[in-house]
Design a binder for this molecule. Structure first.
Ligand code: SF4
Ligand code: SF4
Length: 421
C-alpha cells in the first residue's frame, strides 16, 4: 500500500477498544502462556478520552534471549516476524486475515528497550494528565486535517508534543534520541520530503549537516544545518574569462534572491511541521561572498562542508563535484529530526595550483584546506576584496566586490561549464 495516498482517520475515543485489546491478548496468551513478562495495550487507543487511529497497538514484553522462542510460538497463530523497522529492541510482527479481531500492530519488545519505556511513559502520562491529553488531541486533529493523505506529515507534525511529554517524563530528548524515537524509515522519508521541497523551490544541491560539534551559540542552538546551493548558468561563467561582467553581477544578485526565497520557504515549511527553523538569508547573515571580508560566525560554507556537498578550495570558495565553484550558497538551521550526510573534512584539490597562479591579486596561498584550518592560514581576504573591487569597476563599472576568476578557472567548474549534456 502506498502510505502517501492512505487517508488518515482519527476517531474519538471508543470504550470498546480495551475490550478489543483483551480479545487479541487472549489469543496471544493462549500460545505464549507464561513465557512473557506482560502483554501491554499501548498507543492512543489505550488512553481513555484520546482521539486515535482505530488500530490497537500491543507490546509483548520479554526477557533477553527468548525472542526466537516467542517468534516461533507467534508463528503458530499466524504472526510473521517483520524485522525491527529501524527501532532497536522492538520487533514487529504482521498477519493476514484475523477478521474476527480488530486491526492491530503487534510488537515484541526487550524489557530494557528504550522504545518500550517511551510507549509506557507516554500512555501513563496521558492517562493521568488532562491538559496534555487535550493538547495531544488538538495536534492530532490539526495534523490529520493538514495531512489527510500523508502519514509521515501526520506523524512528524505531532512529534513536538510527544517530545515535550517525553521531556516531562524525564526521558532523554536529545537529538540522537529523537532520531531513535522516529525510527530510521520515518527519518529517511522526512529527510527526503524536505529535500524534495527545497529542490522543487529551485535548489540544485541540498545537504544535511550535523552541527553538534560546533559551539551551541554558533549554531543558534540548532543541531542540524541544511545546506542549499544554486548554480550559475554555464554561459554566465563562460563569459567571465577575462573580467567579471554585468551579466555575472546580475546573476549573482538573482541567485542570492532565489536562495533567500528557498531558505525562507523551507524554514516556514519546517516551522509549520512544528520544528524550529532559522532561514539564514542575506539579511540574517550579512555578506558571505567572494573574499569573505566580513567573515560570519557560521558561514554557509561551513554548513556545506558539514553536509558533505563540497570542500573548501585553495581559493576559499566551496568547490562541488558537479558544478565546481559556480554556485551560490545559503542555509537553514533547524531542530527537525533529519538524517545527516557525512561531512567533508579534507580538500579534494590535491596538487592543483590553478587558482593560486591565476588570482590577479595574489590572494591565494596555495595551501590545501582541512576542517578546522583558519581562513587566514590559506587566504588573504583583504587582497581578494581589493582586487575584486578593482576588477568589478574594470569589468562593468560596478561598485561591488565580485571577480569570479578563481570560480571560472577551477577545473571542477570547467568540467561543468564545458559539459554539453
Ligand atoms: S581570483 Fe578574484 S575572487 Fe578569486 S581570490 Fe583572486 S581576487 Fe579573489
Ligand atoms: S582551481 Fe584547483 S586548487 Fe583551486 S579550488 Fe579549484 S581544484 Fe582547488
Amino acid at each position: 500500500m502506498n502510505l502517501n495516498t492512505r487517508t488518515i482517520v482519527v476517531e474519538p475515543y471508543n470504550p470498546y477498544w480495551p475490550e478489543a485489546f483483551e480479545l487479541i491478548k487472549r489469543e496471544i496468551d493462549a500460545v505464549l502462556k507464561n513465557c512473557v513478562i506482560a502483554i501491554e495495550h499501548v498507543g492512543s487507543t489505550a488512553v481513555p478520552g484520546l482521539y486515535a487511529k482505530p488500530v490497537i497497538d500491543i507490546d509483548i514484553i520479554i526477557d533477553v534471549g527468548i525472542f526466537n522462542r516467542i517468534k516461533d510460538l507467534l508463528s503458530t497463530i499466524g504472526y510473521t516476524h517483520n524485522g525491527d523497522q529501524g527501532v532497536a529492541g522492538r520487533e514487529a510482527f504482521k498477519y493476514d486475515g484475523k477478521l474476527h479481531l480488530m486491526k492491530h500492530h503487534l510488537y515484541v519488545c526487550d524489557r530494557n528497550a528504550d522504545e518500550l519505556k517511551r510507549h509506557l511513559a507516554l500512555r501513563d502520562f496521558l492517562r493521568n494528565n488532562n491538559e496534555y491529553r487535550e493538547k495531544y488531541n488538538n495536534i492530532k486533529l490539526e495534523m490529520a486535517r493538514k495531512f489527510p493523505h500523508d502519514i509521515n506529515g501526520y506523524i512528524n507534525g505531532k512529534q513536538p508534543v510527544i517530545m515535550e511529554i517525553y521531556g516531562l517524563c524525564g526521558l532523554d530528548t536529545s537529538y540522537k534520541q529523537m532520531q531513535d524515537y522516529m525510527g530510521a524509515y520515518e527519518m529517511t522519508d522526512f529527510t527526503n520530503k524536505i529535500k524534495n521541497e527545497l529542490q522543487n523551490l529551485g535548489a540544485d544541491i541540498v545537504g544535511f549537516g550535523n552541527l553538534e560539534e560546533l559551539m551551541a551559540d554558533v549554531r543558534e542552538g540548532m543541531p542540524t544545518g541544511i545546506s542549499v546551493a544554486v548554480r550559475y548558468p554555464k554561459e554566465v561563467i563562460r563569459g567571465i574569462t577575462t573580467l567579471p561582467t554585468q551579466e555575472y553581477r546580475e546573476w549573482y544578485d538573482r541567485l542570492n534572491e532565489r536562495l533567500d526565497m528557498i531558505v525562507t520557504r523551507g524554514a516556514s515549511f519546517l516551522y509549520e511541521m512544528g520544528y524550529k527553523a532559522i532561514a539564514k538569508t542575506r539579511e540574517q547573515v550579512g555578506y558571505d561572498g567572494e573574499g569573505d571580508k566580513h567573515y560570519t560566525i557560521l558561514p554557509h560554507k561551513t554548513v556545506a562542508t558539514r553536509a558533505g556537498i563540497g570542500w573548501i578550495g585553495k581559493c576559499a570558495l566551496l568547490v562541488t563535484e558537479d558544478y565546481g565553484s559556480a554556485v551560490r550558497l545559503s542555509s537553514i538551521l533547524t531542530d527537525a529530526p533529519l538524517n545527516t550526510d557525512s561531512p567533508t573534512n579534507k580538500s579534494h584539490c590535491g596538487d592543483c595550483m590553478i587558482c593560486t597562479n591565476a588570482c590577479p591579486g595574489g590572494a591565494i596561498f596555495g595551501v590545501s584546506w582541512e576542517a578546522g584550518l583558519e581562513h587566514d592560514k590559506f587566504f588573504y581576504a583583504d587582497k581578494c576584496v581589493e582586487t575584486a573591487r578593482e576588477r568589478s569597476k574594470l569589468g562593468f563599472g560596478g561598485d561591488i566586490i565580485i571577480c569570479g576568476k578563481c570560480i571560472e578557472i577551477c577545473p571542477y567548474t570547467q568540467k561543468y561549464i564545458n559539459d554539453i549534456t
